[in-house]
Design a protein around this ligand. Structure first.
Ligand SMILES: Cc1ncc(COP(=O)(O)O)c(C=O)c1O
Length: 510
């Protein structure tokens, strides 16, 4: 079956029935079918094919034949009368006639059904549209991706020098967990963060935290195992859980309480299939930093229900306002925790791909799981060795990021600017971020009749040439938020927020 043909037919059937994406999402909700906005938009964009049960649901709602919707084929069931032409005359109710009429079918290659529930909207359809516009010569202001280098945040010179200096010594594979020098430096960093019971063997380097998130979920999950993930989340977590066959169950973070996790919601979502809680602290996309008391409640919950904790702390060195970051693992010596961090954000070297994870606490209860992690770590041989060679340099000595996050520093001043500018726009409001470089404004959807956040993101892109990421891209259920990356300089942010203000002055979603 061809994704392109399916998308074309889906589009056509929706037009015929006068149905929008949002209508199908609503119908899915009513029937208890797991098909969200991101899914349908990927189907319509020709990016992915639905699972069979979802395809059947769509065919039912659109009143078309499922075989036709799928793309038909030599022996396919004929399309309903109104679609006969689109099927290209190749369809026939008579197998004999079909055999006569249809030329030999070319083999096409589809992607795995394991990807059916995997979405990654940070680089999704709106980004594709922005790329198309750029290819046509339109300048787009990109406030959508947390990549510091293009915004003039430079890698510390010492890091670049040391990597260049060691290139000839890093031509071969390293041990699969990583170079001793890198892991030693990470271990010392873990000691400073009070992570309990960590030896050098508990440290794994990765090609970014991204690789290790994927590895950890693949090693852990059996079909149907549930993992509690924040909403909003950094969507790689949800994607990797689903890809590994698990089920991502989202707990709400509460905007009314500084975007802290809602512990009651977390508790309510624990079932006998729940194996782990994921925490993103400091948080992407909200910029929240969780205080010790909140972390303690999560530890208590994990302890009560015998859950593991995965804590993504990649922004732990980008904390403002004199606050300090606490690693949740430091509060949980009796639980098994995996703590993730790296150099992409704190050292502005996202392109070098340096991440790591640290196993801590009660490793005895996770002996078998750790064997699984080791197996997958061995299978990928090792992470990028030149990048590992500068971990020691990066983690030691002067931390240039510290100059960015204090008054007068770029990140601090940009945060102040964006926070005030967004809150000055009628219909928008935002909690002040305490860390990282994201803000997650709330839209008064009634005021603008916004019911589809992807449409809103597309309209903003087309009309103001500004690219943001819609809240749904972070597994946020309502169409009432979006994320801004505030890495650009204040002059650029000023221009962007003026355009956003103008947009919301007239916008009314049809
Ligand atoms: C919360 C979070 N975790 C992980 C990552 C991925 O980081 P890396 O560059 O180390 O793969 C990101 C990147 O934006 C992130 O925001």
């Amino acid at each position: 079956m061809s994704t392109a043909v399916f998308a074309e037919r889906l589009h056509e059937a929706m037009n015929d029935r006068g149905l929008k994406q949002v209508d199908l999402v609503r119908a899915a909700e009513q029937r208890g079918v797991r098909m969200g906005k991101s899914h349908i938009s990927q189907y319509v964009a020709g990016k992915t094919m639905p699972r069979e049960d979802i395809l059947d649901f769509l065919a039912g709602e659109l009143n078309v034949d499922a075989g036709w919707l799928r793309g038909g084929g030599a022996s396919g069931v004929p399309a309903p009368a109104e679609h006969g032409d689109v099927a290209g005359g190749a369809e026939s109710s008579s197998p004999a006639a079909a055999a006569d009429a249809v030329p030999p079918r070319r083999r096409t290659f589809g992607k795995s059904h394991k990807l059916d529930n995997v979405l990654y909207d940070v680089r999704g359809p709106v980004v594709d549209e922005a790329a198309r516009m750029e290819a046509d010569g339109t300048h787009i202001l990109k406030l959508n991706i947390g990549n510091p280098a293009p915004f003039g945040f430079r890698t510390p010179d010492e890091v670049v020098y040391d990597m260049a200096h060691q290139l000839t010594e890093t031509e071969g594979y390293s041990p699969s967990k990583g170079l001793f020098s890198a892991r030693k430096a990470i271990m010392q960093y873990a000691q400073l963060k009070n992570l309990p019971n960590v030896t050098i063997d508990d440290i794994y380097t990765g090609n970014g935290v991204s690789e290790l998130i994927n590895l950890c979920m693949s090693a852990l999950l059996d079909d149907g195992d549930e993992v509690l993930i924040p909403s909003p989340d950094y969507p790689l977590w949800t994607a990797c859980v689903n890809l590994a066959g698990g089920t991502a169950v989202h707990y709400v973070c509460d905007e009314g309480s500084e975007w802290y996790p809602d512990i009651a919601d977390m508790r309510a979502k624990i079932t006998d299939r729940t194996v782990a809680i994921v925490l993103i602290n400091p948080n992407n996309p909200t910029g929240a930093l969780y205080p010790k008391e909140v972390l303690q409640q999560i530890v208590d919950l994990a302890r009560e229900h015998h859950l593991m904790i995965f804590s993504d702390e990649i922004y732990d060195r980008l904390v403002m306002d004199g606050l300090t970051h606490t690693s949740i693992a430091s509060l949980a010596p009796d639980l098994f925790c995996v703590t993730f961090s790296g150099l992409s954000k704190s050292h502005m070297i996202a392109g070098y791909r340096v991440g790591w994870m640290v196993l801590s606490g009660n490793k005895r209860i996770a002996k078998d799981y750790i064997e699984g992690i080791n197996m997958l770590a061995n299978m990928r041989i090792c992470s990028n060795v030149p990048a590992q060679s500068i971990v020691q340099t990066a983690l030691g000595g002067h931390q240039s990021v510290n100059d960015y996050i204090v008054p007068g520093g770029r990140l601090y001043e940009q945060r102040e600017y964006i926070y005030n500018a967004i809150n000055a726009i009628p219909g928008l409001s935002a909690v002040k971020p305490k860390a990282a470089f994201y803000i997650f404004p709330k839209i008064d959807v009634k005021r603008f009749n916004i019911h589809d956040d992807e449409q809103f993101a597309l309209d903003l892109l087309h009309e103001k040439r500004i690219l943001i990421t819609r809240g749904g891209g972070f597994n946020w259920a309502e169409p009432d938020h979006f994320r801004i990356v505030y890495l650009p300089r204040i002059e650029v942010l000023r221009d962007a927020t003026a355009k956003i203000a103008d947009f919301f002055d007239y916008y009314w979603q049809s």
